[in-house]
Write a protein that binds this ligand. Structure first.
Ligand SMILES: Cc1cc2nc3c(=O)[nH]c(=O)nc-3n(C[C@H](O)[C@H](O)[C@H](O)COP(=O)(O)O)c2cc1C
Length: 196
């Protein structure tokens, strides 16, 4: 650890990491996940994102251990609002979604009343999702940011305690990679960058 001013830190390993970073497929996430102290540090980093006007327009719901199965029962009930005729086997499958990784963090976009435009508050929640991934990655954990159907299901949002304009920005699945992710095609930079 260095106490150099953060504005003057050079971290070539971080640059290299950012240029090669990848999400890990959910089927390749296994135990161990972060322990309590590691999770606290990951969440602290997730909360340290650009936030115009200090609105704190996000919050985190952490699911580890048995809590994942409890939240899974909420998924089971919510899925019936998507498909009232769902077969029991399908409902079982849906209820196991959060068991696919040792830790899952729901990042909730929580827009506050104030001068900061809602758009900017939503962008800050996205930044929180990604900082959460990066912090976990910096400790050697693999991550993937998913939404899937339940991020948009009102019954699930209610069961998880979301209120008013709150929405899920994502579910960050954390664990240890069983396989190194393959490279993914990236945009041609000249198509997305313009120098004025
Ligand atoms: C808001 C958001 C929601 C996402 N939801 C899903 C999802 O539900 N399912 C999925 O396969 N990928 C989803 N992704 C994409 C993955 O998180 C990941 O970015 C993608 O697989 C590319 O991998 P990379 O992060 O290695 O570039 C989502 C990404 C974002 C930003």
């Amino acid at each position: 650890m260095t106490d150099a001013p953060v504005s003057a830190l050079t971290l070539p390993a971080m640059t290299d990491f950012l240029l090669r970073r990848r999400s890990t497929k959910i089927k390749n996430l296994s135990a161990p996940g972060p322990d309590a102290a590691q999770m606290a540090a990951i969440l602290k980093a997730a909360a340290r994102v650009p936030d115009h006007g200090k609105m704190v327009p996000w919050r985190f719901i952490v699911m580890t251990g048995e809590a994942r199965a409890r939240a899974g029962e909420m998924l089971r009930a919510a899925f019936l609002t998507e498909d009232p005729d769902a077969a029991p086997a399908k409902l079982d499958l849906e209820s196991e979604r959060f068991l696919r990784a040792p830790a899952v963090v729901a990042v909730v976009s929580s827009i506050k009343e104030g001068k900061t435009p809602e758009w900017e508050q939503i962008l800050s929640a996205g930044a929180a999702c990604f900082n959460l991934c990066l912090a976990a990655n910096s400790m050697g954990f693999a991550s993937t940011w998913l939404t899937e159907w339940y991020a948009y299901n009102p019954a699930f949002a209610k069961a998880m305690g979301l209120e008013g304009k709150e929405r899920f920005a994502g579910f960050i699945y954390l664990g240890t990679a069983t396989e190194n992710p393959e490279e993914r095609e990236r945009p041609e930079m000249e198509k997305v960058v313009r120098y004025l």
